[in-house]
Design a protein around this ligand. Structure first.
Ligand code: ADP
Ligand code: MG
Length: 255
């Protein structure tokens, strides 16, 4: 792993400024003839430069919260103000998609890579989609992959990569477009301690060095050590919300 700064990026917002504020989010799913309320009036915010960790057991509503915050799943009630957009859910579907493409990065437990594309192509594709020329997209993608320590794996397809390497490709793909908001859903849970540590350190750096608002949901309490803020969610409700001093050099023990 090199420790080079994300050279092609700028620092977003001002550390400490709000990137996202949500109020009163309610999400219900139909279950037979009734509804199950999965988010029960959630207020949430996240600031530039913070690694905000949302912790809760399986089924507590973490993935649903990320989906509602990022414009992927419309809540029945509540609003989301994100960057300079007042009430994201008032925009048309196309504008919401554009907002996500332009400003948000996503990292998932299952990596979500295209099986037929090389590491370089996974990242390049997203950048071209954003409007970069093929040449610039390729250069920036290679740089992003070098920054996550995969400079020597540019031409491998997912089948030839380890779990940790796949997640680093997904992180490079998310960071290459220099997102102001980075959503990570259980990013370490398919990884061993060593690879989990590489991943959480990269998320830490995205917040510190880019000024991204990094929102990471997990049921793994060991990740708390890197967080500026820990929010506990249970049964669709926020239980508590605490600021803390992160330890960027914490050790995620193997298990
Ligand atoms: P977490 O990510 O914390 O594990 P989720 O947000 O995925 O929790 O899910 C919270 C609850 O909502 C769970 O009980 C889950 O079964 C339910 N749920 C999630 N998505 C759907 C859906 N599309 N339809 C019905 N129920 C859902
Ligand atoms: Mg989940």
């Amino acid at each position: 792993m090199n420790t080079m700064a994300f050279g092609h990026t700028k620092v977003h917002g001002k550390h400490g400024e709000f990137a996202l504020e949500a109020k009163g989010l309610v999400k219900r799913f139909k279950s037979g003839r009734s509804y199950v309320e999965v988010l029960k009036g959630v207020d949430f915010d996240a600031r530039h430069g913070d690694l905000t960790m949302v912790m809760g057991p399986s089924g507590s509503g973490k993935s649903t919260l990320i989906a509602a915050l990022s414009g992927l799943l419309r809540p029945e009630e509540g609003r989301v103000d994100a960057l300079d957009v007042d009430d994201l859910w008032k925009l048309s579907g196309g504008r919401i998609d554009k907002f996500r493409l332009d400003h948000c990065g996503f990292i998932f437990q299952g990596f979500n890579l295209f099986p037929s594309l090389t590491a370089l192509q996974q990242v390049t594709t997203v950048l071209k989609f954003q409007g970069l020329s093929p040449d610039r997209a390729k250069k920036r993608a290679a740089l992003a992959l070098e920054e996550v320590g995969l400079g020597h794996r540019l031409h491998q397809r997912p089948a030839a990569l380890s779990g940790g390497e796949k997640q680093r490709v997904a992180i490079a793909r998310a960071l290459a477009k220099d997102p102001q908001i980075l959503f990570a859903d259980e990013p370490t849970s398919a990884l061993d301690g060593e690879n989990g540590q590489v991943v959480i350190r990269l998320l830490r750096r995205a917040a510190t060095e880019h000024g991204a608002a990094v929102i990471c949901v997990t049921h793994d309490p060991r990740l708390e050590a890197w967080a500026d803020r820990v929010i506990h969610i249970e049964d669709g409700k926020i239980l508590d919300d605490q600021r803390r001093i992160p330890d960027p050099n914490a050790i995620l023990a193997s298990h």
